[in-house]
Design a binder for this molecule. Structure first.
Ligand code: GAL
Length: 955
């Protein structure tokens, strides 16, 4: 028994390790190379709502406002953020708030608005001279980013990364650096829920001055002939150093089992503050192919060597596969015909909005794989990088889609960013430049698309470009003429007409279906915004699940389909409006719980094993004797239906329409049997259950990694006395989560629910709810979840949380409360000056300017022994906290004797001439404060203020 338990433990450990490994990004670095990519997800401060910039009045304020480093308000280095909420990323504030019928239906009736984030960052003195880059993988929607009061980036899309060189603005040692971000989520880029905030991961990249640029390794394999492949590797290097650098770039390609299969080395000179590209084409003989079942991934390691030492190293994963869109026969992967069994996906999940943990994405993709999906269209934007890595590893084909249709420079950069970031992924088979643009059928659309296609081709000529067109492709000049593959959204009646007129143009559905189903409901009730799950209802412009797939599957020239959508999402509750807040288009609901459509597609898409399903459930108490419509979905030859052991009929399987029976309801067991060549090969049943008596919790995985990132869904169900799940139970469940983790949200798939997604309770919806738990950072032990509901036996589960080193991360620092950064420095004086002396508001020149730690002031020349008095002056506000009489002003180092004056009053005197810390108590008064520090140094020696100067509540 003991050995069994320990081998179970071992298996869990291996499972955790493999999950952690699987969550590693496909471009990663090794710590000993000089490069470190540290997670910057933890330690943020959050302020909901905008903070307006203080008004600029007077000469000195106007002058100061125009200067570098002098951002005002919450963007400033000094700002009292002590009462801001502590949050970790990914973070979506829109999902936290209540629904509001006055808010935008498209955004799921979630008010969004504007908010601020701030974070402090310390950089060790020993790291001076290195290169530092801030990386935000996605911020919804527009963002302005400041570092130490300098605006360093403005981002115009919620779907692209912001990679920002912050090297020039940094301060080192014990001085804090401040990152401030204003996020404007009043801006919209979509007609679906887009969330609000820093909703993807954030990173701090540190590297040597000579480094590989972000997304700077171009390694996209090309097939030369049947046996020969080449990766024309091009590496873009950058040099933030003070000298030109002659370096060697070495590329090594590793097979999936980590054996070296090719390598090449090349010298290159990188100019000061400039870039250089090293080109290293490597030949690969008969590589293993990346396929949907065995997605073999090769690793391309790029090393930069300077004076024989490794200064940078980046690895990325790629794969060898050929792709071809044939105008007559559809899509070929490695010369084998593959029908695209695709889904379109938005990026939100139950409970968490768009701040979806990587592990929840892994769960979503796993659900799609089980469904038989082989292609994903990330609509209508590029996904998080981790998601594409997973798609490569799990074997999905991807249509990677650009958000904004606009070839002007700012927007073209977004498209180019996507191609640069994603071109190494073997899964990506199509670049889409847009979704449904009103100008698609015009010369304007053509000219715009032509430029964007050219921009894509300049970066990657190995994949076709498409555009998702919902019309306009019959005009004399339109977007279809500027792209390689016609992507049709809906328009099924035009498929053949288009193909006949354009027999040489490859064709795929880019989007289809748009059918409605409410999970677990089998009677349409318009008064309650509920649609039965029989595949009867669909949007005017769309088709039922069965009709759309039949149209696609029965036409060889149509490369495949992309069902709108794989999962329900917030917003677009078509055909309903308030109180409906989320869509009903999904094959699965927002939690990934299957609707009937799931089984319809599963039997159509999975061919290697017999499958059989029945809809609906068999709990129709009160409807005894009434006819119930029963749908059997199977991928075998014949099926038979039995009720309580009585045969109800046998039918030949209809793979497109499914099989339907009218069955007079009687409680008991409804069984379906599947036959192949007369042999029973599949069997399923639904049973009438008793009333719910107990709750059940079903965790998705055996354990969690204790890294603060790992998460998992837990299915919550109600069982009857015989332990059968009750599909119609709607009990309200309360959750208690304790130990090494927390709840981060929950959902139940009810598109009309207005429950708080972060609260302590959630009703089951047609028998199901989902709780999402996440481990605490640096935790181990157990996470304990208890679920209770009135009248039901409670359920609890203990999830082991494994200690893990986690991914390298930036240390968290929340201090200081108020950081006094900008100072005026008087000329030096031979005798003690009056600290109360004033400076005219328009005098920008007689006193100079300084910032910690640059406050050291030489006495005027070593022969001038007299000028050893200095005045330093700064302004701040005594707010409620700082003006409470319980706060202090702390100088981390004053070099020399000092007097500290505030608004003309002496607060304290430092009597020692030696460098040391010094603090004074702040008075109990609110309002503007001017602090003046009179420093007396030793004649001929440096004196002044060094390090942090902070105002903070007394500990
Ligand atoms: C399409 C559009 C999708 C979604 C869908 C709903 O026209 O591309 O984003 O709105 O309709 O049916």
């Amino acid at each position: 028994m003991l050995t069994f338990i320990s081998s179970l433990r071992q298996a869990w450990r291996l499972c955790i390790i493999s999950i952690l490994l699987s969550l590693l990004p496909s471009t990663f670095a090794f710590a000993d190379s000089g490069r470190e990519r540290l997670s910057l997800d933890r330690g943020w401060l959050f302020h909901p709502g905008d903070i307006s910039m203080p008004e600029i009045v007077g000469h000195s304020a106007s002058y100061g406002n125009a200067k570098a480093g002098n951002a005002r308000g919450a963007a400033a280095t000094k700002y009292n953020d002590s009462d801001w909420r502590k949050v970790d990323l990914p973070h979506d504030w829109a999902v936290e708030g209540p629904f509001d019928p006055r808010a935008n239906i498209s955004q799921g009736y979630r008010p969004r608005g504007i908010a601020w984030y701030r974070r402090y960052l310390r950089v060790d003195e020993s790291e001076r001279g290195r290169y530092f880059e801030l990386q935000f993988d996605g911020i919804a929607t527009h963002a302005s980013i400041w570092v130490n009061g300098n605006i360093v980036h403005r981002n115009w899309s919620g779907y692209n990364a912001s990679n920002i060189d912050i090297t020039p603005y940094l301060r080192y040692g014990d001085v804090s650096n401040t990152i401030a971000i204003r996020v404007d989520a009043e801006q919209m880029e979509g007609w679906w829920y887009e969330g609000a905030g820093i909703y993807r991961h954030a990173w701090l990249l540190k590297s040597d001055p000579v480094h590989i640029m972000t997304d700077g390794v171009h390694a996209t394999p090309k097939q030369i002939n049947d046996r020969q492949w080449q990766i024309p590797v091009a590496v873009t290097l950058d040099n933030s150093g003070k000298q030109a650098a002659n370096v060697k770039v070495e590329v090594t390609v590793f097979s999936p089992d980590d054996k070296v299969v090719a390598s090449k080395i090349q010298s290159v000179s990188v100019p000061v503050l400039g870039q250089a590209i090293a080109k290293l084409p490597v030949a690969i003989n008969q590589p293993q192919r990346w396929t949907l079942d065995k997605p073999a991934l090769y690793r391309v390691k790029t090393v930069v060597l300077q004076d024989g030492k490794t200064v940078d190293e980046v690895s990325l994963k790629t794969g060898f596969r050929s792709i071809r869109f044939d105008a007559r026969q559809g899509f070929f992967l490695n010369d084998q015909h593959v029908k695209l069994q695709g889904v379109c996906l938005h990026q939100d999940h139950a409970g968490v909005g768009v701040a979806v943990p990587d592990a929840i994405w892994e769960y979503r993709l796993r659900r799609l794989k089980e469904l038989g999906v082989n292609a994903i269209r990330f609509s209508h934007n590029a996904p998080a990088p981790e998601v594409l890595d997973m798609a490569d590893r799990m074997g999905f084909l991807v249509m990677d889609e650009n958000r904004n249709f606009n070839p002007s420079p700012d927007y073209m950069k977004q498209l180019q960013w996507m191609v640069r970031r994603d071109r190494h992924h073997p899964g990506v088979i199509l670049w889409s430049v847009f979704n449904e643009e009103p100008v698609q059928g015009t010369e304007v659309g053509y000219e715009m698309a032509r430029r964007m296609t050219a921009a894509v081709k300049a970066l990657d000529d190995t994949r076709p470009v498409t555009a998702a067109m919902n019309g306009g492709f019959f005009t004399a000049l339109n977007v279809s003429h500027a792209v390689d593959v016609l992507g049709a959204n809906y328009q099924v009646p035009d498929y053949d007409r288009y193909h006949k007129a354009n027999p040489d143009k490859p064709f795929t559905s880019a989007e289809d279906t748009s059918a409605f189903m409410t999970r677990g409901e089998f009677t349409t009730d318009k008064s309650r915004n509920i649609v039965a799950s029989y595949d009867d209802d669909f949007a005017k412009w769309g088709n039922s699940h069965r009709d759309a797939w039949q149209a696609i599957d029965s036409r060889l020239y149509v490369a495949g389909g992309f069902v709108w959508t794989g999962f329900d999402y917030r917003g677009e509750p078509t055909p309903h409006e308030w109180p409906s807040v989320s869509s009903v288009f999904g094959i699965m609901d927002m939690n990934g719980f299957p609707k009937t459509a799931y089984y319809m597609h599963q039997v159509q898409w999975i061919k290697d094993r017999p499958l059989i399903h029945i809809a609906p459930h068999w709990n129709w108490q009160g409807q005894e004797g009434k006819e119930i419509r029963v749908m059997v979905m199977a991928n075998v030859e014949r099926i038979k239906l039995l009720l309580n052991g009585r045969e109800l009929g046998e039918q030949k399987v209809d793979p497109y329409r499914m099989n339907t029976f009218q069955v007079a309801y009687e409680p008991g067991k409804l069984e379906a049997l599947g036959y192949q060549e007369g042999k029973e090969v599949a069997h399923t049943s639904v049973e009438t259950t008793g009333k719910a008596t107990a709750l059940q919790l079903l965790p998705d995985r055996a354990s969690l990694a204790g890294d603060g990132r790992d998460a998992m869904p837990i299915t919550v169900r109600a069982l009857d006395a015989q332990g059968r799940a009750v599909p119609i139970d709607n009990s309200e469940v309360s959750f208690a989560v304790s130990g090494a983790g927390q709840s981060i949200g929950h959902g139940n798939g009810d598109p009309n629910s207005h429950e708080d997604e972060k609260g302590k309770t959630r009703k089951l919806f047609n028998g199901l709810a989902q709780l999402i738990v996440q481990s605490h950072f640096d935790s181990s032990g157990e996470l304990l979840v208890t679920a209770t509901a009135p009248g039901l036996t409670a359920a609890s589960v203990r999830i082991p949380v494994q200690k893990t080193a986690g991914i390298p991360a930036v240390a968290v620092s929340y201090a200081p409360t108020l950081y006094l950064q900008n100072w005026r420095l008087s000329p030096t004086f031979a005798t003690r000056p009056d600290p109360a002396q004033t400076l005219a508001d328009n005098d920008m020149n007689t006193w100079s300017w300084g910032q910690a730690p640059m406050l050291e002031v030489d006495a005027r020349g070593s022969d001038s022994k007299e000028n050893h008095f200095h005045l330093f002056r700064s302004n701040f506000t005594l707010d409620k906290t700082l003006g409470s009489g319980k706060a202090r002003l702390l100088f981390s180092r004053i070099n020399g004797k000092a007097e500290v004056w505030l608004n003309g009053k002496l607060l304290g005197t430092k009597t020692s001439v030696n460098t040391g810390d010094f603090s004074v108590d702040l008075p109990a008064v609110e309002g503007p404060a001017q602090v003046t520090v009179l420093v007396e140094g030793e004649p001929g020696k440096q004196a002044g203020l060094e390090g942090n100067i902070i105002a903070e509540p007394k500990k």
